[in-house]
Ligand binder design. Structure first.
Ligand SMILES: [Zn+2]
Length: 179
């Protein structure tokens, strides 16, 4: 099997059987769903690689496997200061291909690897994008923004009711600001 020409339509069985390896750098903008979650320009790339293998599953039957790695940095919006924050994403995942949806459901719980249903044509770039989307942080934030303490309403009330500031509280807030 030659190098796959179309990464959107891969023959997984042949890929696994030949233990093929493909890698590349794809511009972030080509991952339209991922780029939509980014802020401003998305000039970066996604560096990725995929390794096929034909190995036994738990029952000893030969199965097609795919080891996927992908790395990129996406510009997201910090949910605290609303400025852009670069977030590193890293994927390292094993996939095993199963004949049908029923097998995938039956074996999913006992499998460490992710299960995918084997189809004649498989979209490798879409899988990479799915995995990157799933690894996005729910609440992107700068490290500094994250460590800034949010006063709870109880603490605020306590502060209001106290005539003299508690020296320990002052000390604590000084410590926090030093970072
Ligand atoms: Zn921030």
């Amino acid at each position: 099997m030659q190098n796959p020409k179309n990464l959107h339509s891969l023959d997984v069985k042949a890929f696994a059987k030949a233990q093929m390896h493909v890698e590349g750098e794809t511009p972030l903008v080509e991952f339209a769903r991922l780029a939509e979650d980014c802020t401003g320009d998305v000039p970066g790339h996604v560096a990725w690689s995929a390794q096929g293998a034909l190995d036994p599953d738990q029952s000893g039957k030969d199965a097609a496997w795919l080891h996927l790695e992908a790395k990129t940095t996406v510009p997201l919006t910090c949910q605290r200061c609303l400025h852009p924050v670069p977030v590193d994403l890293l994927i390292e995942q094993n996939f095993r291909f199963v004949p049908d949806e029923a097998t995938a459901l039956a074996e999913d719980d006992e499998s460490e690897e992710d299960l995918l249903v084997l189809e004649d044509s498989f979209d490798l770039l879409a899988l990479i994008e799915d995995e990157l989307l799933m690894s996005l942080p729910l609440v992107p934030m700068h490290q500094g923004c994250l460590s800034e303490q949010v006063p709870t309403s109880q603490e605020e009330e306590a502060a209001m009711s106290e005539a003299k500031p508690n020296p320990f509280a002052v000390l604590a807030s000084l410590k926090i600001r030093k970072h």
